[in-house]
Design a protein around this ligand. Sequence first.
Ligand code: ADP
Ligand code: MG
Ligand code: MG
Ligand code: MG
Ligand code: MG
Length: 579
Amino acid sequence: MKDRQKDRLLWGDEVEYMMVSLDHTNRRARLSQRAHEVLALLQVDETEQLERAKRTGEKPDLEALWRPEFGRYMIEGTPGQPYRSTVNDLVNVEASMKRRTMKVLLTITSYPVLGSGDFLEPPHKANGTFSRSLFLPDEVINPHPRFRTLAANIRERRGAKVAINMPIFHDVNTPKPFIDPTIPYERDVFPGDKEAKEGAALPDHIYMDAMGFGMGCCCLQITMQAPNVNQARRLYDQLAVVGAVMMTLSASSPIFRGYLADVDCRWNTIAAARGEIPLAKDRFVIPKSRYGTIDTFLGSDDGHFKSEYNDLELVYDREIYAYLLTQGIDDLLARHIAHLFIRDPLVIFEELLHQDDSVSADHFENIQSTNWQNVRFKPPPPNSPIGWRVEFRPLEIQLTDYENAAFSVFMILLARALLAYDINLYIPVTRMDINMQRAHNRDAVLNEKFFFRRNVLATGEPESAQDADEIAEMSANEILNGSDSFVGLVPIVLMYLDTVTLDAQVKSKIQEYVAFIQGRANGSIMTGATWIRNFVRTHPEYKFDSVVSPEVNYDLMVALNEILLGAAGAASVASDVSH
Ligand code: ADP
Ligand code: MG
Ligand code: MG
Ligand code: MG
Ligand code: MG
């Protein structure tokens, strides 16, 4: 596939949804366990059309594709086919999302009371053998064996339960130190029940002991096709760098397991599902999680990559690496692939064990799809018309279609601008990791600084080579909107838009989206996280003790639902949510 050229800039989004059941009598909002039943209904059209296609050769024309997710209360929806590659087509994104949302509704990144009290319908006790969690019954997991096995295998490989600790938001009445009284420290059902008491649960933190807390979050992902492999490699590297600041702009998860957190983003809940103690029999000691920022840049033919940017000592499979070199794969790409293969597969189905690797990429996809990183390099599947793609994965899902469309459209325009101009965004991989951690912090969009390259347009004439490579710490506002000493990503996007002929209606819609991103960055439009946090802190029943009660959660879900229902007719949702 290395010589594929001129593939179109097709792209598509993935939106993840939660099914919430509202019990108005008791003022409870509970996660429904019936997503897979609804999924079966949503997929009827697809199944029928695919069958017809087989019989008649007629091409399927689907409104949306629906897929299972880790949570039994979750569903993923994508457009029926990728969006076309013209900028004018961007105007169709929001409508596509709206059609999907009308069917499934809530787009919440982290369900506020997941694992707290009576949060599931029908109710179940937390005593399942797959997760062995003190808080999450196995019934939150999709009943397909893949997902339960995933949960059990991650726990078994670690040799202990997952230990996720998100810092608590200390409100005026929150005890200091905060020792969570709702943890059943004395439970004695499974080995590992004592871990919480023996140090896994940190003081001043919200402790979570199952990967379901991370995998049970929803996000917005965007996959884009590049014209050829080199352009895909450029995009991969550049999008990895902007991941942290874009996640900050999209922040929408300020509550975990019934407590207000001192963070606004979900990312770390899943990054914590890593093995901390390397097993002696393992071939590799792996310092980072399967879920994290990328560990190595791919480089491309644009000449901007320098080896010092890959400043993390990379663990990779030497044999695979050496083999790939003999196949004509270059050093950086070979390292990337050999690095993916330091992980063992998490789940393998016996019936799928024997594959003909010359026609099926299943084994590769199995490894690839359990390396959950901020960007993913998606090579063309064998024997398919699909080209080289890059997936952008750090965004939190937004509360409305308007916002999800705005983020998606902005990312597509940014990607196109990055490809159209000779832009250099490289910073060392380890700086990118620091950015990602900072991006979590409460109100990071207003208060944090991120490492970013000052001279990104290669056309400038910096005084010296060193100036050319200067890395500064900048706020989200500076990075997006620019400053005296930095051009800004939004101006780059606007510069690109000036070169494109647009229908008037499309132009005004796109300008609206770009203005929305500008507003998020300069703080004039608050994040979903801030909106939710404010909702809780101004709720008459909130006791300023960080606790999000089931009643407050119910009112929050009702409010979100009303915004969405209102949004179905009105286009100005973002301002409802944000002001
Ligand atoms: P995964 O779950 O592996 O990330 P999905 O198939 O769920 O992938 O979603 C991939 C997204 O990519 C969808 O939005 C889909 O419309 C889009 N897509 C499909 N084909 C292409 C293509 N050739 N180029 C770009 N995007 C594509
Ligand atoms: Mg998907
Ligand atoms: Mg997926
Ligand atoms: Mg998904
Ligand atoms: Mg995806």
